[in-house]
Design a protein around this ligand. Structure first.
Ligand code: URA
Length: 489
């Protein structure tokens, strides 16, 4: 077998790795035989040279096998998670998980922290006093069974190679690389014990993927590799050319998510929650069609079932559940500074990247993984894209530690708003849809692993079943469900 250095040279020179070579690289990295600087060199070679589908599959499996696969087989029902590729003001998971759980679909959710200009679900949950995102795997499984949903961070058992590789990618300019993103996201998701996954692939200035074409490539790769991992996967391509909803910042976003559950959220936040939730209900076999699923979700909003599940979720994680009915209990920054419009016109653009970076500057996010975020600071938008404003009208509120800090970002926030003489059509929220994977036959799913058991290659039974289900999991083939089906909405 080639030496580690030969393997690095192979990728540097544009070669294709075998699955065994990739397993060796990740295995050697996990055991310490392959140093961080060698992994960094390999990551840059992958960034430059790319990977074939087969290599991406092999990398995902190797990273998955660096840890364990959670066993949620005792939790009845088809377990469905949702993952967003990262955006600004993206608080959807916080209202989505309890809402979907309230409709009977168990949601085991392993989330991330904010990095760069994008926020993270764990930071937002931790704005709730006492909320523990570090439940161990048993408590996680118990909470999913009892409450219907649980939201934790990546444990040391879940794809540990990804955790170390992501930290290296973050400091070696190798984050924006489709095969690395796919393997990173899916190695964690395949380890969660889920049956199906809904992906929110963000497109636009506030996302990793700036164009619809590049987001589509990512969505298709995620769906394809997820399907090969035995999961039903749906990806929605959604607009990230403006922040989602009215808030950016941890406690501010948590408050807005709670408002959604009380039936009062901003239109786009509610619409995105319903669109992603409907996909989850269909995958979770609680509705046959998206329209039926949306109606169920609406009912869970109006009946108060969604908000009741949120109370139980917060309590199960040790948090102060009173915030669900009294959001004033959430932390509030010491200073609020209004941002006023300097001219009249139509708000034609609100730059999510600028506002995301401003929130980070205020302390709501981090530029390095080891930084501590502030729960209370951030930005609150008073107008949405498309609004007509007069001069002097309030555009936003800056929530800061002190007045000097707020004033320091004032002109940056103002600049993020484009106010023009004529209106401009806003893009649709959902830009596209990709789906794939094996039909779910929950009772007969083979190859289950227990907590503590390593993920291995597919069993003979699973291989046979995949051959039978066949085409569905193979890109390019024509199958019963079709491998990658794109349905414009
Ligand atoms: N989210 C992840 O978990 N990994 C990536 O590489 C990018 C986004």
């Amino acid at each position: 077998m080639s030496s580690i250095v030969e393997l690095l040279a192979h990728k540097r020179d544009g070669g294709e790795h075998t699955a065994a070579e990739i397993a060796r690289l990740i295995g050697a990295f996990s055991s310490g035989e392959l140093a961080d600087y060698q992994m960094s060199a390999w990551l840059m070679a992958v960034f430059q040279r790319g990977m074939t589908d087969a290599e991406t599959d092999a990398l995902t499996q190797a990273m998955l096998r660096s840890g364990e696969v959670l066993d949620l087989s005792k939790v009845p029902g088809v377990k469905v998670d949702k993952h967003s590729t990262g955006g600004v003001g993206d608080k959807i998971s916080l209202c989505l998980a309890p809402l979907v759980a309230a409709c009977g679909v168990p949601v085991p959710m392993v989330s991330g922290r904010g990095l760069g200009h994008t926020g993270g679900t764990l930071d937002k949950l931790e704005a709730i006093a006492g909320f523990d995102v570090n439940l161990d795997t048993r408590a996680f499984a118990r909470t999913v069974a009892e409450v219907g949903a649980s939201m934790i961070g990546q444990t040391k058992e879940i794809a540990p190679a990804d955790k170390r590789i992501y930290a290296l990618r973050d400091v070696t300019a190798t984050v924006e690389c489709v095969p690395l993103i796919v393997a990173s996201i899916l190695s964690k998701k395949l380890a969660e014990g889920i049956d199906a996954l809904v992906l929110d692939v963000k497109v636009g200035a506030g996302a990793f993927m700036k164009t619809e074409a590049s987001a589509r490539v990512l969505a298709e790769a995620l769906v394809r590799v997820g399907a090969r991992g035995g999961k039903r996967v749906v990806a929605l391509l959604t607009d990230m050319s403006a922040p989602i909803g009215r808030t950016i910042g941890n406690a501010l976003e948590t408050r807005e998510a709670i408002e959604v559950l009380h039936g009062k959220g901003p239109d786009d936040t509610v619409a995105l929650t319903l669109a992603l939730g409907a996909e989850m209900l269909v995958l979770g076999q609680k509705a046959k069609r998206l329209a039926e699923a949306e109606a169920k979700l609406q009912k869970a909003l109006t009946s108060g079932k969604g908000v009741a599940t949120m109370r139980r979720l917060v309590a199960a994680h040790g948090g102060d559940a009173r915030v669900v009915d009294e959001p004033d209990r959430l932390p509030r920054a010491k200073v609020q500074l209004e941002v006023l419009s300097e001219r009249a016109g139509w708000v034609t653009a609100i730059d999510p990247l600028e506002l995301g970076l401003t929130a980070v500057e205020l302390g709501a996010g981090r530029t390095r993984a080891d930084q501590v975020v502030k729960p209370d600071v951030g930005l609150e938008l008073s107008v949405a894209r498309g609004a007509r404003v007069k001069k002097g009208v309030q555009l936003a509120t800056i929530h800061a530690d002190d007045r000097a800090q707020a004033k320091a970002v004032l002109s940056r926030v103002k600049r993020a708003f484009t106010i023009a003489d004529a209106s401009f059509p806003t893009p649709p929220l959902v830009l596209g849809r990709v789906e794939g994977g094996l039909p779910i036959d929950h009772a007969a799913r083979p190859g289950r692993l227990r907590v503590g058991q390593r993920a291995g290659p597919p069993t003979a039974e699973l291989r046979g079943r995949r051959r039978e289900e066949g085409a569905a999991a193979r890109p390019g083939a024509v199958g019963r469900r079709g491998p990658l089906r794109e349905v414009p909405r």
